[in-house]
Design a protein around this ligand. Structure first.
Ligand code: SF4
Length: 675
């Protein structure tokens, strides 16, 4: 029987819609949805090839238990018996020694359920997720200024209304290709597109500024210095902290910015003059400025600029962060963060704790406190953490200092991995539980503009694989805490999730599957019948009764290093590559990009192997010698084992967001043949 199911692409935060065509239980074709509210029928190659992952020969179709050193197929009964024996005593006696590691690729409902499982099922504070590696510095910067973290405070299509678009470390053409249509529309209307990036990335930039890595905040501060001098400071609303911010940029003259950032003075002045003249200038940050040791402060410097010049909250203007992971926005809202309860409530907020405890029917004193952040959790494995449950994430490749992290994972007594393919992390597990892929589950996801969309089940998981939500409930039963996890249907879980967000900043309580069948909604949606909130950042720009607060970053340049590592994505791959590396349509290989001057100084030849050494590991990759990167910078993508995260630091974290510093670490490079 032929049928078509409309759903969303799982492979980045744009969440393009497509129609999945099936013959019986077999998916045969994917076509872009012309009425897609996000991308208007545009999809990228990665999304279109998602079909081949669904029935990949490597799909996990039965539980696997490590016996005599090797993973062996077992029944679900045996697998859950293992869970009972492994996790049951920890839950009863030392729950804090049990960790949970989630994913920004999970649906909102699974995010909610995972947080609930950790806190009232297992009773552990130690849950965090791989989104800590993604946009947590931008989220922290937005939250601390406005008490609100929605990556884009406007519909994506508003980008077309901007008259100046400043991309800071954001490679849209390769990471979010359909978004390019809005930049193109803006450019065709006369907008200038500026890319601030140590690499020249593909796209539409009319001005490329390649600063010394780690100096993005000086550009923002230098622009604010000039805007003040030119009388352009007109805050978007009354705000706390303005004096300190302006004092911090008082001596950031254009000459100093050009010198310390190592950029042409003329380029900086052109940017400043365009910013001063623009009515709707828009600053969009990507992972470049965010994944640094001072990423939160760097993002704050751009927020300060946009806010103090009166552009915050304008349609097509202000500031936004381009969330990357499949459900990177929704995944950071509903309780899988170490400090968070559903609806973007805070775990350390007494009223928020009372609200969620009452909702779940447990004493608020029984809710654990704030736990370890993602990287701290992984580094505690084998010492303070005895058992770790990982779902939909592959930290053996995606965590910084991956060699160190793999050692920690091997040191665990129990590593339980729920996944769909045998990732590098699953290969280290003591128990692997086969879960569901995007086309095999119901739920909602929230894209980079806060748009909540329905994901629809089109087919059942293969073999003995189960839907993830059912697996999470089975874990609760196995440890004797099933009481709060008995949902007769998925719909019961979904309705509970929507209700749980009522009263939170990310309030979805006015949503239902029926409403989402009719259209999409940008949160908050606090009541049935509420139309959604395309523009949540509006005067007074803070929670009721509060004032926005600006933070003054230290305007100092980091000490120079001979060769600085920067990491990122390529268009044909997704995250740690568990799925995309298996997809024959998405061929790509890792290499190290180096400027010809950098290569020449080290005797490195294009195409030849380069030995690279970072603070916590090493690897060897072919040289890609190109003038598209600044001298003194090495770029390595992170989708492969033995690539970028062999070179990143396992322990350098942003003090505010606890995001690891994937960028700017020192790296050594030399020809692999040298002794
Ligand atoms: Fe999927 Fe993102 Fe490509 Fe759209 S842009 S098709 S959501 S990977």
């Amino acid at each position: 029987m032929s049928r078509t199911v409309r759903t969303t692409c799982p492979y980045c935060a744009v969440q393009c819609n497509f129609d999945l065509h099936l013959e019986d239980n077999l998916a045969v074709k994917l076509t872009p949805t012309r009425e897609c509210p996000v991308a208007g029928g545009t999809v990228c190659k990665k999304g279109l090839s998602a079909l081949s992952d669904l029935r990949h020969p490597d799909r996990l179709t039965t539980p696997l238990l490590r016996v005599d050193g090797a993973l062996q197929p077992v029944s679900w009964d045996r697998a859950l018996q293992y869970v009972q024996e492994a996790l049951g005593p920890l839950v009863r006696h030392t729950p804090e020694r049990l960790g949970v590691f989630g994913s920004g690729s999970l649906t909102n409902e699974k995010t909610y359920l995972l947080g609930k499982l950790a806190r009232i099922g297992f009773g552990t504070p130690n849950i965090d997720y791989n989104g800590r590696y993604c946009m947590s510095s931008a989220a922290t910067a937005l939250n601390r200024s406005f008490g609100l973290d929605r990556g884009l405070g406007f519909p994506l299509s508003d980008i077309a209304r901007s008259d100046l678009i400043v991309l800071v470390g954001a490679n849209i053409a390769e990471t979010l290709p359909p978004v390019l249509q809005y930049l193109k529309a803006a450019r065709d209307r006369g907008a200038l597109i500026v890319s601030i990036d140590p690499r020249a990335t593909p796209g539409l930039a009319g001005l490329h500024v390649a600063p010394r890595p780690g100096t993005d905040h000086l550009i923002a501060g230098g622009l604010l210095h000039l805007m003040r001098k030119w009388g352009r400071v007109q805050p978007s609303a009354p705000v706390t902290g303005i004096e300190a911010v302006l004092a911090g940029v008082a001596d950031l003259t254009p000459q100093r910015v050009a010198r310390e950032c190592d950029i042409p003075l003329g380029d900086f002045m052109r940017l400043a003059e365009r910013y001063a003249a623009a009515y709707t200038p828009l600053i969009l940050t990507g992972r470049g400025p965010e994944q640094q040791q001072h990423g939160t402060d760097t993002v704050s410097s751009f927020i300060n600029l946009a806010f103090l010049c009166g552009h915050f909250g304008k349609a097509g203007g202000g500031y936004g962060t381009l969330t990357g992971q499949g459900n990177g926005q929704g995944g950071r809202e509903h309780g899988q963060k170490n400090d968070q309860l559903p609806g973007y409530r805070r775990l350390d907020h007494p009223q928020h704790r009372r609200e969620m405890a009452a909702f779940w029917g447990v004493p608020d004193t029984s809710l654990p406190g704030v736990g370890l952040s993602a990287q701290e959790l992984l580094l505690a494995c084998g010492t303070d953490i005895d058992a770790l449950v990982v779902i939909g994430s592959n930290p053996a490749v995606s965590a910084p200092g991956a060699a160190v992290v793999r050692e920690r994972l091997r040191a665990l007594r129990h590593l339980i991995v729920i996944d769909v393919l045998p990732s590098e992390t699953a290969q280290l597990a003591t128990l692997v539980l086969p879960g569901s892929m995007w086309a095999e589950e119901e739920g909602t996801t929230t894209n980079l503009e806060g748009r909540v969309q329905r994901r629809r089940r089109a087919m059942t998981p293969p073999g003995r694989a189960r839907e993830d939500w059912q697996i999470l409930c089975a874990l609760a039963e196995a440890v004797g805490r099933g009481e709060h996890f008995r949902y007769p249907t998925f719909r019961a879980l979904q309705d509970e999730f929507f209700a749980a967000t009522r009263g939170g900043r990310a309030d979805y309580s006015g949503l239902s599957a029926e409403r989402l069948d009719e259209r999409t909604f940008q949160w908050p949606v606090p009541t049935d019948g509420h139309p959604g909130t395309p523009y949540p950042y509006q005067p007074p720009f803070a929670a009721p009764g509060a004032r926005p607060r600006l933070y003054a970053p230290a305007m100092v340049a980091p000490p120079p290093v001979p060769l600085a590592l920067t990491t990122g994505r390529v268009s044909n791959q997704y995250q740690s590559g568990t799925q995309s590396r298996r997809n024959p349509a998405l061929k790509a290989q890792p290499d190290v990009q180096l400027h010809p001057d950098t290569a020449r100084a080290r005797g490195i030849v294009h195409g030849q192997p380069v030995q690279l050494r970072g603070p916590d590991g090493h690897t060897t990759l072919p040289a890609n010698v190109t003038a598209k990167i600044r001298p003194g910078v090495a770029f390595v993508a992170f989708h492969w084992p033995q690539s970028a995260n062999e070179l990143t630091s396992a322990t350098t974290l942003d003090p505010h967001s606890r995001m690891p510093a994937f960028k700017l670490g020192p790296v050594e490079a030399r020809p692999a043949t040298a002794s």
